[in-house]
Design a protein around this ligand. Sequence first.
Ligand code: NDP
Length: 290
Amino acid sequence: MLFAMRHNVRMKNSSLARSILMNDGWSIPQIGLGVFQMPDDEVEAGVLAAIDVGYRHFDTARIYRNEEGLGRALRSSGLPRDEFFVTTKLWNREQGTDSARQALHLSLRKLQLEYVDLYLIHWPAPARGLALESWQTLIALRDEGLIRSIGVSNFLPEHLDELVQSTGIVPAVNQVELHPAFQQADLREVHASLGVVTEAWGPLGQGKYDLAEMPVLATLARTYDRSVHAIALRWHLQCGTVVIPKTSSPSRMIDNASLEGFELTPDDMAAIADADRNARGGTHPLEGNW
Ligand code: NDP
């Protein structure tokens, strides 16, 4: 089996075995590979390279149009189903009862899977007014065994409240924009009080700014002899955040998961917290109604 030939990339200080327990009893690997903006014909090679490195957690979405390539990679890897973790997301236009159900079935077919580990409502899309109805559908689909864990993405506290008040079911995860220049400390506190795992999208700032231009990251990179990217990701890990950095480069896949062998001190963590610029780089959750 191909799987037996894999694991040929040796990694020092791998953090890939770290996982976080969610509020439904399932665990999520703390580091995954995001595949946004990897075209379908490239995602297969990228995911196979990541599997070689040891990644077992992959984050896609219907709107990324690369679920089929991810599915092909997982199938050809020969990895047993219980050894990998796949997240996909319900796109805004598919919110609603029947349409959410159809969307999940389509994702499962493209991914060649019988269930996904985590299914997220991609945006609250308040102008559509269908988030609660979609959440009720996700609960049903989970109960039918087609999804293990259900969660949301880009939800503000008011959106989380609506779901919890109406259904009593707390999302396992809220995947939100989160990086050193946009730290979302208040939202992370809300998550902690509700028992929602925080998952960072754009954990490296999506390349929209140079991490090295944040003096605290540059200083810590010199102190610990690591890249600024490794410092940023180590900060996420120590905050208890799940990260899904995207890269197509095998050497960067290794760097992004080689986060052991050093630890940021409480002073380091406080210095990074002080450097927050509250600089959102992506769409505001109230405006993502496409
Ligand atoms: P990231 O913060 O992961 O940044 C990705 C960029 O950083 C790429 O340009 C990549 O370049 C570069 N990069 C990665 N690793 C390194 C490294 N070690 N050194 C230098 N550069 C590096 O942004 P993403 O937007 O991709 O976010 C991650 C994932 O989050 C997405 O892939 C997707 O799965 C998810 N996401 C979810 C959203 C949501 O609304 N729920 C929105 C956006 C993203 P290269 O590829 O050339 O290596």
